[in-house]
Design a protein around this ligand. Structure first.
Ligand code: 13P
Length: 287
């Protein structure tokens, strides 16, 4: 059964480990993530960006696919279906579509507007039993064509958003989406500590998980981070494995590629990546 992400993240916070949010883009990715999390008895959050939602024929299609797959594969670990970086309209659409969790990213609005919209969505989400993540201080890099500057969130603003009753908070601490540039200064742990202090121990979310050194991930977990988002790393291994398969020329003697075989190496690569992250974040056997 799909669940919201509140309990799994409170448990992670209290148990000092992180739960992965793996973003999904198609059926194969979803299946790989679910099977690996089940094998390792790890709770998981499936992240769906608005772009990925559109690609997969809309949020209703995604919710139906994930629910059916969770059931058909006999998944027993807690799985949350979560909108990643939702707009105000997207968040409302996911509440209706059967998601179990949403993120409203109002970080590009003024703090007043972010507060007003987050407040309204907290009520709508909680009414239907969904968990809700909000964001303060935009996360850098590019996601779905939206470029964020990589701000450091203001602890007072984080406190104001937290007090609206959200379930977990994404706060910018120098993290960015995608691959980190060579001159990246690293996570700002002083900022994380200030945010953690100001937000009454709410589970914090670390976006841009790709390429953050292991020691920084572990340190972030000690400072209140309970959810870590991974997208680009899965994309990279999926692409590399698919490319290798094609370059090896494993087609059917000029008759083209069997699509199931073509996508199998990528799906396997995603499983291996999930296993690596579950181990790193410490969520194995925490279901
Ligand atoms: P990466 O693409 O850097 O792994 O970040 C994923 C993310 O934060 C999704 O919200």
């Amino acid at each position: 059964m799909l669940v919201n992400a509140t309990n799994m993240l409170l448990k992670a916070r209290d148990g000092h480990y992180g739960v992965a949010q793996f973003n999904i883009n198609n059926l194969e990715w979803t299946k790989s993530v679910l099977l690996q999390c089940e094998e390792m008895k790890s709770p998981v959050i499936l992240g769906v960006s608005e772009g990925a939602g559109k690609y997969m024929c809309g949020f209703k299609t995604v919710a139906a696919m994930v629910k059916a797959m969770d059931e058909s594969l006999g998944i027993t670990v807690p799985v949350a279906l979560h909108l990643d970086h939702g707009t105000y309209e997207g968040a409302k659409a996911c509440i209706e579509a059967g998601f179990t969790s949403i993120m409203f990213d109002g970080s590009h609005y003024s703090i007043e507007e972010n507060i007003a919209k987050t407040k309204e969505l907290v009520e709508l989400a909680h009414d239907k039993g969904l968990s809700i993540e909000a964001e303060v201080g935009s996360i850098g890099g590019v996601e779905d064509g939206v470029v964020g500057a990589g701000e450091i969130a203001d602890p007072e603003e984080c406190a104001k958003i937290t007090d609206l009753g959200i379930d977990f908070l994404a706060a910018g601490i120098g993290n960015i989406h995608g691959v980190y540039p060579e001159n990246w200064k690293g996570l700002d742990f002083e900022a994380l500590e200030r945010i953690h202090q100001a937000t009454h121990n709410i589970p914090l979310v670390l976006h841009g998980g790709t390429g953050i050194p292991d020691e920084m991930i572990h340190k972030a977990i000690t400072l209140g981070v309970s959810k870590i988002n991974i997208n680009t790393e899965c994309q990279l291994v999926f692409a590399a494995a698919t490319r290798a398969y094609i370059e090896a020329g494993k087609d059917q003697q000029g008759k083209g590629f069997d699509p199931r075989k073509l996508l199998a190496p990528g799906a396997e690569a995603i499983r291996a990546k999930c296993a690596e992250k579950i181990q790193l974040f410490g969520s194995e056997n925490k279901a």
